[in-house]
Write a protein that binds this ligand. Structure first.
Ligand code: TRP
Length: 335
């Protein structure tokens, strides 16, 4: 029965504190998938080191992301939750796939160009081959569907091309993954510049709200969020700041934007912002409490990631062995 479920793979980098963009755009929606799909959720630490990380912070962030996966309600029995570097098949498959990916394909990636411009002192080869590692993540699990935001579409497209290329050269080895278009997985923008995606690496901390931000910080950041001088709570492109706040409200309250518009007809921004802040604080409170509890219980987290890695490795190595065999490597480990 479980065999018939479609496979989903997704991951979050432990490269900073997660924002409500990660929560409302990804994590909260993943919880809805766990009964109907066979899901793999990874903390992608190998990806994180394409940008320099402080070792202590990387360690903390990795456990924090893992704890957040659990805190938002992902069930470690139903899903395979693991830390990417614990399954070396990812690195091994990425090397092989590197040899089936062209320089031109990689140097054309928008995210590479953006990150290279941002980290000019560290344009390392990993930054360039980042999408190949992502392809390995996805392809090792014979993934059907990948829930991703718009910024990762190009990477998924490349993963599909690499998979097709490998399948064509040898014989069918990988399932060709599709993007998962869920129920309008909210795209949350910066509170200070609603033309930009909300990002944990924004230099202006008023641009984002962290999942772990305390109530007074959430209130302050919402109060300071840019709006406009039209004074109407309307979900319209001419009002990008207000539109973004409505998106957040909508994702938190599960209320469609037109209902929110009606509710705040003639109310002005102050009341709207106040309610939004309160709703957000209420929404995040149980997640924060659960996360803090989990982080105190390192043994439990260790059990979760050890089990996860073991389960993930079984599946990943099966695909890796297939790849190695087709390429012509001499079989060695009898896994
Ligand atoms: N690159 C993704 C991001 O930054 C994270 C990621 C790594 C991922 N591997 C993945 C997402 C595989 C989906 C599937 O958002």
């Amino acid at each position: 029965m479980d065999e018939e479920k479609k496979v989903i793979f997704s991951g979050v980098q432990p490269s900073g504190n997660l924002t409500i963009g990660n929560y409302l755009g990804a994590l909260k929606n993943w919880v809805l998938l766990q009964d109907d799909y066979r899901c793999y959720f990874s903390v992608v630490d190998l990806h994180a080191i394409t940008v320099r990380q402080e070792p202590k912070s990387l360690r903390e962030k990795t456990l924090e992301v893992l704890a957040l996966y659990l805190a938002v309600g992902l069930d470690p029995e139903k899903n395979t939750i693991f830390i990417q570097s614990h399954v070396p098949a990812h690195s091994e498959a990425a090397w092989i796939l590197n040899c089936f990916t062209y320089m031109g394909e990689l140097s054309r990636m928008t995210q590479f160009k953006d990150k290279a411009a941002k980290h000019q002192d560290n344009i390392n080869a990993g930054l360039l081959t980042y999408p190949v590692l992502m392809a390995a993540d996805i392809l090792l699990y014979q993934t059907d569907l990948v829930p991703i935001g718009a910024d990762q579409k190009q990477h998924l497209e490349l993963a599909r091309n690499i998979a097709q290329r490998f399948n064509n050269i040898y014989s069918p080895t990988f399932k060709i993954p599709e993007p998962f278009i869920g129920n309008e997985g909210a795209r949350i923008m910066s509170l200070q510049d609603p033309a930009k995606k909300m990002s944990k690496s924004d230099e202006n901390e008023n641009g984002y709200i962290l999942i772990m931000d305390p109530p007074d910080v959430i209130k302050r950041k919402i109060q300071r969020a840019v709006t406009d001088n039209l004074g109407t709570v309307k979900y319209a492109d001419e009002q990008p700041g207000v539109k973004n706040l409505i998106s957040i409200y909508s994702a938190v309250a599960g209320m469609p934007s037109d209902e929110i518009e009606n509710k705040y007809k003639g109310a002005g921004y102050a009341k709207f912002k106040q309610d939004l802040a309160e709703a957000l604080i209420e929404e995040l409170k149980p997640v924060q409490e659960k996360c803090n509890d989990l982080l105190k219980n390192k043994d439990y987290l260790k059990k979760i990631y050890s089990d996860g890695a073991e389960r993930a490795a079984k599946v990943a190595y099966k695909t890796l062995r297939k790849m190695q065999k087709k390429i012509g490597f001499i079989p060695y480990l009898a896994k």
